[in-house]
Design a protein around this ligand. Structure first.
Ligand SMILES: NC(=O)c1ccc[n+]([C@@H]2O[C@H](COP(=O)([O-])OP(=O)(O)OC[C@H]3O[C@@H](n4cnc5c(N)ncnc54)[C@H](O)[C@@H]3O)[C@@H](O)[C@H]2O)c1
Length: 345
């Protein structure tokens, strides 16, 4: 029996390491009853330490009504943890064989219809759902570390997943304060990890060839584009590199340099179709905002991030910049300037 996404009160977390423990902290802070199970003998103490460490930041974010660390139950067995689950989040080690058999066991132990999500960083659900009696309710809900601070969850089903389960999970994560991307197909590394991987490969190439130091690479992001990426993605950011001509001018102007040997990754063919898709995608993402609107939003965003991270000249002296407080930095910029549940103080 599948409860409506907004009606969920009990969540089960299987595997309580870095990610599973982070999910536990998130769901507790959002006011759910959470049952956790992890086979490691020291898992209960480790989990309580993780939740205790996360709690001050979660208080700053704002706890949901009734949220309490006391609403965590540690189950003695997987079967006990799943017996009355309304949603299951699996965060066991990233090993395919383990995931396959664990998901089959979770499917057998969990009430009919209840959705079971895996935190996997990269396995397609098609490859993981092979042993389950009911693969239709198994899907990926890929979080970012730590799940109690980073809003994004990428949701995607496998070939044998029911689309209704994917839809349900997306609505549930939203109700639980997450920012959801629902993918309509399986993609190696999903979306964000694929982008991170490209950056990571280049960083490794540069270090391997002695072209840049680790510090230079990190500074190049935190003192450069990383400031923009906290609130505006790489596509809209590049659209502004085209001035008043936006993405169209940017591609016409800098398109040829895609072929210059900057990157160790193979460049895509920048044909008309790709160009048009990029221009249309940016227009859609701008959602009616003019280039001038976006420039103003970007500039204010950078100032806000600089202020929040104590890098605005004079900010530290005025004592207005919390540093290393564990508080979320920046937040999710929205056009109306409002905060979203669970991702901004
Ligand atoms: N670490 C990250 O940044 C990150 C980010 C997103 C997703 N993930 C994914 O989350 C999952 C967990 O990764 P992690 O970083 O938390 O690993 P981790 O090693 O910190 O935690 C794994 C936990 O699973 C427990 N475990 C071992 N065997 C188990 C079993 N059979 N059933 C249930 N639990 C079992 C371990 O005792 C441990 O506590 C992986 O699929 C990983 O790819 C990790």
């Amino acid at each position: 029996m599948r409860t409506a996404p907004h009606g969920i009160r009990r969540v089960t977390c299987i595997g309580a390491g870095v990610i599973g423990g982070g999910w536990v902290a998130h769901f507790l802070a959002r006011g759910y009853d959470v049952t956790a199970w992890d086979p490691a003998p020291d898992a209960p103490e480790k989990l309580r330490r993780l939740v205790d460490a996360a709690w001050p930041a979660l208080i700053q974010l704002g706890l949901a009504e009734g949220a309490s660390k006391d609403r965590l139950t540690l189950a003695p067995t997987l079967e006990a943890a799943c017996a009355d689950a309304q949603f299951v989040q699996e965060s066991a080690p990233e090993k395919l064989e383990l995931k396959r058999s664990l998901l089959a066991r979770l499917d057998a132990a969990t009430p009919e219809g209840v959705v079971i999500a895996s935190s996997t960083s990269g396995y397609p659900m098609t490859d993981m759902q092979t042993e389950a009696a009911d693969p239709s309710r198994l899907l990926v809900g890929h979080p970012f570390n730590p799940p109690y601070l980073i809003p994004l969850v990428e949701v995607v089903g496998g070939e044998r997943t029911d689309g209704a389960a994917v839809e349900w999970a997306s609505r549930f994560y939203e109700a639980a304060g997450k920012s959801v991307i629902t993918m309509d197909r399986e993609l190696p590394g999903f979306i964000a990890n694929r982008l991170q991987e490209a950056l990571w490969r280049e960083a490794l190439h540069m270090v391997a060839n002695g072209e840049a130091t680790v510090k230079e690479i990190d500074d190049s992001i935190t003192e450069g584009p990383g400031l923009r990426w906290a609130f505006m993605g790489p596509c809209l950011t590049f659209a502004l590199a085209g001035g008043e001509g936006g993405m169209g001018h940017m591609l016409d102007h800098f398109g040829p340099s895609l072929k210059s040997p900057w990157t160790r990754l193979e460049a895509p063919e920048l044909d008309r179709e790709l160009r048009d898709a990029m221009v249309a995608g940016c227009e859609e993402a701008a959602d009616g905002r003019t280039i001038a609107d976006l420039v103003a939003e970007r500039d204010q965003g950078v100032i806000d991030v600089l202020r929040a991270t104590g890098r605005l000249p004079g900010a530290a002296a005025r004592g207005s910049a919390p540093q290393n407080s564990g508080a979320p930095r920046g937040g999710n910029a929205r056009r109306d300037g409002s905060a979203r549940q669970g991702d901004s103080a």
